[in-house]
Each structure stands twice: as structure tokens, then as C-alpha cells.
Write a protein that binds this ligand. Structure first.
Ligand SMILES: N[C@@H](CCC(=O)N[C@@H](CS)C(=O)NCC(=O)O)C(=O)O
Length: 261
């Protein structure tokens, strides 16, 4: 069985989509990132960057003790190696896939995260909206450029590599959101990207993986809870992370003492 430390976000969906595509059994362990669950000592032991997703495979490839992995790119590569699916072993075909996997991890994901932050969330974080202008221009511009990179590739190929692969699964959860985060009109400029978004999204395993834990993040937050959530997610420094870690550790010690009696 594979434990998936998860919250329903684009990086989380990558993992549930791959697990569904491979037909593997898994067990969802929610990590409420708005409530600080990513700072508990147990979670940091498997994911030291205080980010989800992470997995623990209790029957790991190669045998031995349970194996924990963080970073969605490494998780998908591992699951592909474990199942022999969606990542060819022949060098030319394998690296054709991995170059797009790394491209997504280093480009589309981070740039979209920043574009979404400056364009949508940022207004709740600063007093003067002018402070957002440069960041918005820079990151929205990058997402536009990256959409063009995807569109050009998909104008000559059905998928990012030769066949459907982990490159498509890792890119789709971000790509389908580009219009929603930035501007729905962008699809007119990128018809090949739109064709691929629709085609990959129509796969039953993609649809199922994307729906996992859909209700987890749905609770209405009070204004104070929403403010605390933003502070926790968008204002992380080493000192603040250390304080959150210590607070989570005190909470864990308190629960352990309570459980012991
Ligand atoms: N590069 C990482 C990024 C993971 C990531 O940014 N996860 C976000 C949710 S999508 C998170 O856990 N945020 C918690 C936080 O910011 O403290 C991956 O792909 O696994």
C-alpha cells in the first residue's frame, strides 16, 4: 500500500492521476496546508521542505523498509519505475519524457504559482496595489511564454513526448488552469495546447485522480482563519517556519501525552 500525503492542489493531483493511471492501491493522508499540517514533525521527517505531496511506499521497489519520497517529479518517476509504465526504459525515449518532466517542475509550476500569487492573491497581502505591478507583469509574461512553448510542441506531437507519459500527467494539472488563473481568452492563442488539455482531461484516470479529496479544502473559513492561512502560506521565512515547526511539535507532544493517559 502507498500512503499519499495529499491536499487537492495541482501538485497533489499529479500523484493521484498517476496512481489511477497505474491502477495502484493508495491511502490518502490529508495534509491541511492552510492549517499548518505541513509543519508537524511526522510530516517534516518525510518532506523536509514543508510541502506536499509526499508518499510512503510500504512495499517499495527493490524491497526493504518503507520508502518515503517528496517532490512530485521524483514521485512520478518512482511510480513509473515501480510499475514499468509511462516512462520508457530506452534512453532516447526516456529522456524525451524526463526533459518535459523537469521543464514542468522548474518552469510551468513555479511560474504559474507566482503569476497566480501576484495577479490574484497578492491584493490581500499588500496595502498599495502598485507593489504588485512588476511581479504580475514578470510572471504572467513567463506563463504566456511557457504556454507558447507547450503550444509549439503540441502542434507537432500528440503528447509532450512520443507517447502519453508522466510528462503529460505532471503538466496537465497546471496547464488546464492557465486560462482560469490568467485569462480564458488565452486558449484562442494556443489551440494546440487547448486540444491537448481537453484530450488528457478526458482520460478516465485523469478525471478520477483530479477528483480525489475534492471536498477537503472546501470548508468556509472565517476572516481570521483566512488571514492566518495567507500569512502561513505566503509569508514564510526561516524564523516563521521554525516557530510553526515548534508549535506543531508541541501539539504533537500534547496529543501523545493525552493518548498515553
Ligand atoms: N516542487 C514541489 C512543490 C510542492 C508545493 O509547492 N506544494 C504546495 C501545495 S501545491 C504546498 O505544500 N504548500 C505548503 C506551504 O507552502 O507551506 C512539488 O512539485 O512537489
Amino acid at each position: 500500500m502507498i500512503d499519499v500525503h495529499y491536499w487537492p492542489t495541482p501538485n497533489g493531483w499529479k500523484v493521484t492521476i498517476m496512481l489511477e493511471e497505474c491502477g495502484l492501491d493508495y491511502n490518502i493522508i490529508p495534509v491541511d496546508i492552510g492549517g499548518g499540517a505541513q509543519f508537524t514533525p511526522e510530516f517534516l521527517r518525510i518532506s523536509p521542505n514543508n510541502r506536499m505531496p509526499a508518499i510512503v511506499d510500504h512495499e517499495p521497489l527493490g524491497g526493504g523498509a518503507p520508502l518515503s519520497i517528496f517532490e512530485s517529479g521524483a514521485i512520478l518517476e518512482y511510480l513509473a519505475d515501480k510499475t514499468g509504465k509511462f516512462l520508457p526504459t530506452q534512453p532516447a525515449q526516456r529522456y524525451a519524457v524526463l526533459q518535459w518532466v523537469h521543464w514542468q517542475m522548474a518552469n510551468l509550476g513555479p511560474m504559474m504559482g507566482n503569476a497566480n500569487h501576484f495577479k490574484n492573491y497578492g491584493k490581500n497581502m499588500v496595502d498599495d496595489p502598485k507593489q504588485l505591478e512588476y511581479g504580475t507583469k514578470r510572471f504572467v509574461g513567463e506563463v504566456d511564454r511557457l504556454s507558447g512553448v507547450l503550444d509549439a510542441r503540441l502542434s507537432v506531437s500528440q503528447y509532450l513526448a512520443d507517447d502519453y507519459s508522466i510528462a503529460d500527467m505532471i503538466t496537465w494539472p497546471w496547464a488546464f488552469l492557465i486560462g482560469r488563473m490568467l485569462d480564458e481568452k488565452m486558449w484562442e492563442t494556443y489551440p494546440n495546447l487547448k486540444r491537448w488539455v481537453d484530450e488528457v482531461g478526458a482520460r478516465p484516470a485523469v478525471d478520477k485522480g483530479f477528483r480525489v479529496g475534492r471536498d477537503l479544502g472546501k470548508r468556509e473559513l472565517t476572516d481570521a482563519e483566512e488571514k492566518a492561512r495567507r500569512e502561513l502560506l505566503f509569508n514564510q521565512t526561516n524564523d516563521k517556519v521554525r516557530a510553526a515547526r515548534e508549535q506543531a511539535a508541541r501539539g504533537a507532544a500534547g496529543s501523545a501525552a493525552k493518548a498515553a493517559g
